[in-house]
Structures are given as structure tokens and as C-alpha cells.
Write a protein that binds this ligand. Structure first.
Ligand code: 3HC
Length: 285
């Protein structure tokens, strides 16, 4: 399948990261969010990353500008009409995602593949709403997208082999390593990772150890690149709560109950790095 224009729905941490790796790989990208300020925040994030690539002599200024120029920001979903492959990275709400795919189905050609970057919601359910279940797949990137090498590819009940092959080829062109996962709540990696992060919050809430010592323990004692509480702040506590709730609701297993401390922080608006405060405080968002 010949793919040249990639649509990305959502210009947040994940959407802008996906747009960046796609543009860096030479694709033209249309990145859509619901407001101009969200779109420009995404463009600014890509611009900063390109500046760093220039500073580190990995790209010339001209090459970095060309990457940026390949990303067109928009608030109009209809601007994704010409895309060959659309990756959705909106917030983790199934009804919202289903509505996006219903709308996209009206604009995009029948052959255009739709992918969701959901952290764990049902691919089959979104695929059914998209009007093109055979051309629908889960394409789960990891934060920070430009750095993390994995992409989980999740087959829904009706995803066909050609869709899987196209997504796998695309992930490799983005410089990523795909793994194949069958649909299950939170897929494979988050099913293992997110309960560990949730458990670290219980350890903190119960006063077993301080945030700093929990993180130090997992960095020095388990060789993780960063501690679970710092990683939670990086991912975003609102996202983590929604992901944890998906696992709990889908399985009905009490071992997956979200930590009350996580819920409290989200209610207070302390969502991690993106708001400047989560388990830690940050000078720049
Ligand atoms: N965007 C782009 N590049 C970034 C970045 C970002 N947000 N953050 C760091 N980098 C780059 C740096 O520029 C640097 O690149 P270079 O070595 O080529 O110059 C490199 O990453 C290393 O960064 P630093 O030296 O600043 O810091 P660290 O060595 O501590 O690495 C880290 C930072 C890459 C974030 C590392 O701590 C790490 O791998 N942490 C774990 C991340 C992780 O587990 N992510 C998965 C989260 S789960 C998820 O996303 C799924 C979702 O569904 C919930």
C-alpha cells in the first residue's frame, strides 16, 4: 500500500510525538486538534525537538525546517480527507474516539486505514463505529514517542492481514519496532506496566516509603530508567487513571482498583509534568 500523507488526530504529548516521527521519516502529516491553542502547542513541541536535533548536529537547520514544514496543523477534521493512514491520539474516552472515527469515515476514502493510539480501550468497539472494521488497527506508541522504540500493533476482531502489514511497515518506516498483540484490556505492555505504577502509589499512600525513595529503589534496584512516580508524572495522571479504570472495569478484578491517591491528584488538577505538579513539582510544563 502506498502511504504518503498521514493524519494525526490530537496534538497533545502523544499526537505531536507521532506527527514528529512521521514527518521525520519523510511523510506529509496533517495534525488536527480541537482548538488553535492545542494545535500550536503541538507544533511548538515539535519545533523545540527539532531545535535540539540541530543543536546536537543530527539535522541541519534546513532539514529541521523541512520536517516542521511537512506538518500541517488544523482544527478541521475534514482536512484529513486526503490522508492514506490516520492515527488517532485523542483523550482516552471511548465515545469521543468512536465519534471521531464516525466523522472520519465520512471524509476519508474507503481504502484509508484508521489506527488508534489508545492505551487500552477496545479496538473492536472503535472499529465497529468506524464503518471499516477490516481497515482498523490499534497502533500504540510510548511516551516520549520520539525516543521509545516500541509500537504495539493490536488486531481487533475484524482487522485484516493487509491492514496489519501496512501498519507494521509504517511503524518500521517511523524507526520503531512493532510487536503483535491480540485485543485484551490494556493490551500487553500497559497491562504489566500500569498496575506496577498504581502499586507504587499505594506504597506511597500507605507511608511505606517516600516518593523519592520509591523511585530511587526502582531505578537502583530494578534498573528502570526512571522511577514509577516520575514516570506516572511523565505519562499524565489523568491518562493513567482512565487507563487503570479501563482495566478495572473490563476485568472486574479488585486487584486493579485505581489507587485513591491517584484519583485525588487528578481531582485536584495535579496531572503531572503537563500541569507542573503531580507526585513532584516541575518548573517548566
Ligand atoms: N521528547 C523527545 N526527546 C526526548 C524527550 C521528549 N519528551 N525526553 C527525552 N528525550 C531524549 C533526549 O533528548 C535525549 O536524547 P539524546 O540522548 O539522543 O540526546 C534522550 O531522550 C535521553 O534523555 P535525557 O538524557 O534527558 O534523560 P534520560 O536519559 O533520563 O531519558 C527518558 C529520559 C527517555 C524519558 C528515560 O528516562 C526513559 O526511558 N524513561 C522511561 C519512559 C517509559 O517507560 N515510557 C513508557 C511510558 S508508558 C506509555 O507511554 C504508554 C501509555 O499508553 C501510558
Amino acid at each position: 500500500m502506498n502511504i504518503s500523507i498521514i493524519g494525526v488526530v490530537g496534538a497533545g504529548i502523544m499526537g505531536s510525538g507521532i506527527a514528529q516521527v512521521a514527518a521525520r521519516a519523510g511523510f506529509n502529516v496533517v495534525m488536527r486538534d480541537i482548538s488553535d491553542s492545542f494545535v500550536s502547542r503541538g507544533m511548538t513541541a515539535i519545533g523545540k525537538n527539532m531545535d535540539r536535533e540541530v543543536q546536537k548536529n543530527r539535522l541541519t537547520r534546513e532539514e529541521a525546517d523541512a520536517v516542521l514544514n511537512r506538518v500541517k496543523g488544523t482544527t478541521d477534521l475534514g482536512d484529513l480527507a486526503g490522508c492514506d493512514f490516520v492515527i488517532e491520539a485523542a483523550v482516552e474516552q471511548i465515545e469521543l474516539k468512536k465519534n471521531i472515527f464516525r466523522e472520519l469515515d465520512k471524509f476519508c476514502r474507503p481504502g484509508t486505514i484508521f489506527a488508534s493510539n489508545t492505551s487500552g480501550l477496545s479496538i473492536t468497539e472503535m472499529a465497529a463505529a468506524s464503518g471499516r472494521p477490516a481497515k482498523f488497527i490499534g497502533m500504540h506508541f510510548f511516551n516520549p514517542v520520539p525516543v521509545m522504540r516500541l509500537v504495539e500493533l493490536i488486531k481487533g476482531a475484524e482487522t485484516d492481514d493487509s491492514t496489519y502489514e501496512a501498519a507494521s511497515d509504517l511503524a518500521k518506516k517511523f524507526g520503531k519496532e512493532p510487536i503483535m498483540v491480540n485485543e485484551a484490556p490494556l493490551f500487553a505492555v500497559n497491562r504489566i506496566l500500569v498496575p506496577m505504577l498504581n502499586e507504587a502509589m499505594f506504597v506511597l499512600m500507605e507511608g511505606v516509603a517516600s516518593a523519592e525513595d520509591i523511585d530511587k529503589g526502582m531505578v537502583l534496584g530494578a534498573n528502570h530508567p526512571m522511577g514509577p512516580l516520575a514516570l506516572s508524572d511523565l505519562i499524565g495522571l489523568d491518562t493513567l487513571l482512565m487507563v487503570m479504570e479501563t482495566l478495572y472495569n473490563e476485568t472486574g478484578d479488585s486487584k486493579y482498583r485505581p489507587c485513591p491517591l491517584l484519583r485525588k491528584k487528578v481531582r485536584a488538577g495535579h496531572l503531572g509534568r503537563k500541569t507542573g505538579r503531580g507526585f513532584y513539582e516541575y518548573e517548566s510544563k
